[in-house]
Design a binder for this molecule. Structure first.
Ligand SMILES: C[S@@+](CC[C@H](N)C(=O)[O-])C[C@H]1O[C@@H](n2cnc3c(N)ncnc32)[C@H](O)[C@@H]1O
Length: 282
């Protein structure tokens, strides 16, 4: 749901009596959407609004709890919202110092501080290599381990500095800690399992002819989405129904990127749930 931009756009296109379910694991996002709803700015009055604090990893349960068997469409806009990124207190920002938090759901136990200050060197290496695809991961882990011997790394500014000093080369347009921050955030929020599991559940909970649209922001997210779809493709032998990608990958045009630079790396893919023989198409 995030700042509910897509939510409102979708809700405004529903038929009267349609149900628009918004899910976010961040209580703050849900609270803001509820506020907007109270002020009448979220959805037309003839649409039923359901706003849920939960994860996409529990999508089926959310739908079931609302008394529904299936849904027509699912849209997943993955990653972080601008509200989260721009609030230094959430600890996602490299530019402005904040606590080592990075939890999308602030009731979760695992924080960035735990990963940075208490993970073993081997665990840190796994995280930064696997989720950051960072080729300098060895130097970075060595630097973190050596810095924390002098005392815990206290905030995002200190972490960014430790990492920047560990990697060779000057500071280009992208901060040298960007990949490591992404990696730690993915670990803290269990994003790999969330996306894979959420996509699998979306496939199951869609009605035949229903569509799943996913917006990804980096290659790892794309891989997890594909992993989630895979068991339900024809080539994997899923025959009662199967998922098929339709249309081209949609990317923002130059004007959108100028208006919203964070859309730069966004890619939208759409999958349709089809039955053999019944309206099969690309
Ligand atoms: C890119 S923003 C969505 C922006 C939104 N589409 C809009 O129009 O404003 C991503 C949102 O998804 C939420 N999120 C990320 N992973 C999630 C998950 N596994 N379960 C539920 N919400 C998640 C984040 O908390 C964040 O608010």
């Amino acid at each position: 749901m995030g700042a509910a931009g897509h939510y409102s756009a979708v809700a405004s296109r529903l038929s009267p009596g349609g149900i628009a379910i918004g899910i976010d694991r961040d209580a703050e996002a849900v609270r803001r959407a509820m506020e907007k709803h109270k002020l009448g700015g979220l959805a037309p009055s003839d649409v039923k609004v359901e706003l849920v604090q939960g994860t996409i990893g529990e999508l089926e349960r959310v739908v079931e709890r609302l008394g529904l068997d299936e849904v027509d469409r699912v849209l997943m806009d993955l990653g972080l919202s601008s509200d989260q990124l721009d609030d230094p207190e959430r600890g996602f920002s490299i530019q402005r110092s904040g606590p080592l938090d990075m939890r999308m759901d602030t009731t979760l136990e695992l924080t960035a501080a735990e990963v940075v200050n208490h993970y073993s060197a081997a665990e840190l290496s796994r995280v930064i290599l696997e989720y950051g695809e960072e080729r300098h991961y060895r130097r970075i882990v060595e630097a973190i381990v050596s810095a924390r011997r002098r005392g815990p790394i206290r905030d995002t500014a200190e972490l960014a500095e430790v990492i920047a000093n560990a990697v060779p080369g000057g500071r280009g347009r992208i901060h040298p800690a960007t990949r490591s921050f992404q990696a730690i955030r993915i670990e803290v929020n269990g994003e790999a399992e969330q996306v894979r599991g959420g996509v699998e559940q979306a496939c199951r909970v869609l009605k035949t002819g229903g569509r799943l649209a996913v917006i990804t922001f980096h290659g790892l997210e794309e891989r997890w989405v594909k992993d989630g779809i895979k068991p339900y493709t024809r080539s994997a032998g899923h025959s009662e129904w199967f998922m098929r990608r339709i249309g081209d990958v949609v990317k923002p045009d130059a004007a959108e990127m100028r208006r919203n630079p964070r859309s730069r790396s966004a890619k939208l893919r759409v999958y349709e749930k089809q039955r053999p023989g019944a309206g099969e198409r690309d």
